[in-house]
Design a protein around this ligand. Structure first.
Ligand SMILES: [Zn+2]
Length: 195
């Protein structure tokens, strides 16, 4: 009888310890600031998250830094797709998905391609670089499948699940501490660069 009680106690303690120490896999990509975002995004699935300039853009998941754009080359005259993000960062998450944030005002000095990040690590700061010039500061947040470098039209965000879903529902989950893995659909053929 005494042995049985001891086993039960150990099992109970194990459950308590694991649930109490398990770190979240995902977190909301802006930390320490009031944010506002909706379901809608122009032209393709992504989410624009309004927040004050200088708010922290953090890694939504642990992973490896993929592409970093430290220079704002955007011009309203040319409006080149590759330049629209301004200062931007993408990471390949441990879940295999790519996460992209753009229109930043600053990129942390240690954030370079190949650098390993942990969930919640600061990557940069919210701003209005690229085609967000003259608009309210916001983070353009896109989820996609990994590609070669420079494939901006995929990196900016693709439809999730059945091809139409934006990051919205995942952001909603992460905001309240729920781990929800984005289901990214990888097409047989990667779409060509739009004109
Ligand atoms: Zn956007």
């Amino acid at each position: 009888m005494k042995i049985k009680v001891a086993i039960l106690t150990t099992a109970f303690m194990f459950v308590v310890l694991t649930t109490a120490t398990a770190a979240p896999i995902y977190t909301f990509p802006i930390a320490g600031c009031t944010v506002k975002y909706g379901k809608y995004h122009h032209d393709y699935p992504a989410t624009d998250i309004d927040a004050k300039k200088g708010c922290a853009f953090v890694a939504p998941i642990a992973g490896v830094v993929d592409e970093v754009n430290t220079e704002d080359k955007w011009s309203g005259k040319t409006n080149k797709g590759a330049d629209r993000g301004g200062l931007s960062i993408s990471i390949i998450g441990d879940d295999g998905n790519r996460y992209y944030g753009s229109h930043l005002s600053k990129i942390e000095a240690n954030i370079v391609p190949g650098y390993k990040v942990v969930t919640g690590e600061k990557l940069g700061e919210i701003g209005t670089s690229g085609s967000a010039k003259g608009t309210k500061p916001h983070l353009h947040f896109g989820i996609s499948y990994p590609t070669d470098k420079g494939v901006w039209w995929i990196r900016r965000g693709v439809g999730l699940e059945k091809g139409k879903t934006s990051p919205w529902k995942y952001l909603q989950a992460w905001q309240v501490g729920k781990d929800l893995k984005p289901k990214v659909v990888i097409p047989a053929v990667i779409p060509a660069e739009p004109k």
